[in-house]
Design a protein around this ligand. Structure first.
Ligand code: NDP
Length: 249
């Protein structure tokens, strides 16, 4: 991880779950981390919970990633205060349940706007910062097993029916970015992380009760991000799919 010391990592959705776990590990590994989220009080709590000697490397900025103007303002702030972005962890996401053909269209639109467009807004600005400064950075997409070909929705659980198209879209965004960066002769890496169920706030209590111990922890996913980030400059981890042992879907 030597080459990442004091480099700048932006983590969207750092106020809880997987994003908070990523932020903790990245700060501990010596990076400067900018946590983006709407709940700034949660970002502040995360900062306070860090070991004192690491606290100065965690920076927070209020940002609703579904609003392009807010993402632009956050990245302007990062350029001004920290000089640019070297690692982008696109992690912010929501789940709004219901049957796709019957649920309110505004819920489907919010899901796509946050999970897909939010990642696109952040990726464009992060990639632009990396290319302008000629930094061989790293773009991460926290996707889902729901975004991977072969995914079969559980007919007894309609919570992911609008979420699934947003994550399939993210799979396409990741692949297109990978190809475009190669076409441009860039050394920026891209990695998609596809977890199954993880014990975080996004998962309803009844689902957690049903899954019992067959569930990943946020740290498992953050460790996968750290593994891909630590690879040597010539090696690219394209995607990591991880499920709890015994998870069927
Ligand atoms: P959490 O609910 O714990 O975290 C979601 C994070 O996203 C929060 O920090 C939240 O912050 C942030 N967020 C949501 N909407 C926005 C927004 N509009 N702007 C900025 N931040 C936003 O769930 P997870 O940690 O599980 O989710 C993280 C990612 O992992 C998501 O993309 C999710 O799809 C993915 N994932 C989760 C799985 C699971 O089973 N838990 C499985 C597979 C993938 P705030 O509300 O403060 O803005």
């Amino acid at each position: 991880m030597d080459r990442w010391q004091n480099r700048v990592a932006v983590v969207s959705g750092a106020s809880s779950g997987i994003g908070a776990a990523c932020a903790r590990l990245l700060v501990a590994a010596g990076l400067q981390v900018v946590g983006l989220a709407r709940r700034t009080e949660r970002l502040q709590k995360l900062r306070e919970s860090l070991p004192e000697e690491q606290r100065g490397r965690f920076h927070q900025h209020a940002c609703d990633v579904s609003e392009e103007a807010q993402v632009n303002a956050a990245f302007d702030w990062i350029e001004r205060e920290l000089g640019g972005v070297d690692v982008m962890v696109n992690n912010a996401g929501i789940v709004l349940g219901g049957q796709l053909i019957d649920m309110p269209t505004k819920d489907i639109a919010s899901t796509l706007q946050t999970n897909l467009m939010g990642s696109i807004y952040c990726t464009k600005l992060a990639a632009s910062s990396m290319r302008r400064r000629q930094v061989p950075g790293h773009l991460f997409f926290v996707n889902s097993t729901a975004g991977v070909a072969g995914y079969k929705p559980d007919p007894a659980d309609e919570s992911l029916n609008a979420y699934t198209p947003s994550k399939f879209g993210l799979t396409a965004v990741h692949e297109i970015c990978r190809q475009e960066l190669i076409q441009q002769g860039s050394k920026i890496k891209t990695t998609s992380i596809n977890p199954g169920w993880v014990a975080t706030e996004i998962v309803p209590d009844e689902t957690k009760a049903k899954l019992g111990e067959v569930i990943l922890q946020a740290d498992d996913v953050a460790q996968a991000v750290m593994y891909a980030l630590a690879t040597p400059p010539h090696a690219q981890v394209e995607q990591i799919t991880l499920r709890a042992v015994g998870e069927y879907f």
